[in-house]
Ligand binder design. Structure first.
Ligand SMILES: Nc1ncnc2c1ncn2[C@@H]1O[C@@H]2COP(=O)(O)O[C@H]3[C@@H](O)[C@H](n4cnc5c(N)ncnc54)O[C@@H]3COP(=O)(O)O[C@H]2[C@H]1O
Ligand SMILES: Nc1ncnc2c1ncn2[C@@H]1O[C@@H]2COP(=O)(O)O[C@H]3[C@@H](O)[C@H](n4cnc5c(N)ncnc54)O[C@@H]3COP(=O)(O)O[C@H]2[C@H]1O
Lengths: 141, 141
């Protein structure tokens, strides 16, 4: 692998395709989202709407923060509130033809990046591990 | 930055030093560990013993997994159990003089790496963001 091979790498070769990405819907109760997060073991997952468009990211941290009261963690709040009330909506989004260097730059502050096509249909995610695996391959040679 | 600069990078230039790393003690109750994780916002943090030696890593995922019952999340278990009962002890550990490429390889499967000196005293952590920031700097030039 040369430095040109790295800079010209197609990010679509590295992504986890949408059918393998655990996700929840915008209007799901928080209880459902926390169970999906706990059962999959993931810290954070994408939130999609009914037309498979990306709407945000929900995480164990955001849910636990929301239900952390002054004295204790108020678990009864989980069934009364929805994903849309806690999800983060300000995340960077990659387009399918974005350059590899853009993915590296955005991954400095995100554990994974969501990828959309030109019609804003969710294509999958690019986790930091995929970038690190490819960069390690380059450095090793 | 040349490829030699990257391969010869001292990992100690990139670590978060131990006094800035949120951590808990082996014998802390789980309730305390979950509150530290929620208040700092971190997904996972190191577990140290009284002599500042690394003993494991505890995470929101490991704690939530432990208290997930068949019907519901059993929060009352938090005060009856300790960090040592859920922490992961099989994590890779970097030495202060390990090469940069070793840190990249181990970061493929770990969100951060703990760093120890030759006397096994905890020195700090090397998060994936630090590696990605440095690699981005190299690729950009
Ligand atoms: N079931 C599993 N099998 C093997 N390794 C596992 C694993 N769960 C977690 N890991 C390891 O732990 C890292 C952090 O996972 P985390 O859930 O905090 O953070 C994850 C999670 O929030 C999200 N993610 C990864 N794969 C996902 C998927 N299939 N569906 C939804 N979200 C996913 O992307 C973040 C970064 O993932 P990345 O691969 O860079 O980094 C992962 C991976 O190296
Ligand atoms: N308070 C904050 N301010 C700014 N950005 C924040 C942040 N909390 C989280 N992030 C961002 O989110 C990423 C994932 O954080 P997470 O808590 O899952 O995973 C973190 C956490 O488990 C641990 N970590 C990072 N800094 C720590 C510290 N000072 N003490 C203890 N653990 C730390 O290392 C993992 C990887 O950290 P990394 O920097 O690569 O990646 C961080 C960073 O990019």
């Amino acid at each position: 692998l040369t430095i040109e091979d790295v800079l010209n790498k197609d990010i679509m070769d590295l992504i986890i395709p949408s059918d393998q990405v655990a996700h929840v819907q915008v209007d799901n109760p928080l209880e459902h989202a926390l169970l999906v997060l706990v059962k999959t073991g993931y810290s954070a997952i994408p939130v999609l709407d009914a037309s498979y468009k990306l709407r945000g990211i929900v995480s164990k941290t955001l849910i636990l923060d929301f239900i952390l009261g002054i004295e204790r963690i108020e678990f009864e709040k989980l069934s009364d509130h929805r994903v849309s009330e806690v999800m983060k909506t300000s995340m960077p989004i990659l387009k399918t033809d974005d350059p590899f260097i853009e993915a590296v730059k955005l991954s400095i502050n995100e554990t994974f990046l969501c990828v959309e096509d030109e019609n804003h249909i969710f294509q999958g995610i690019l986790p930091r591990s995929a970038l690190l695996k490819f960069l390690n391959h380059y450095l090793r040679d």
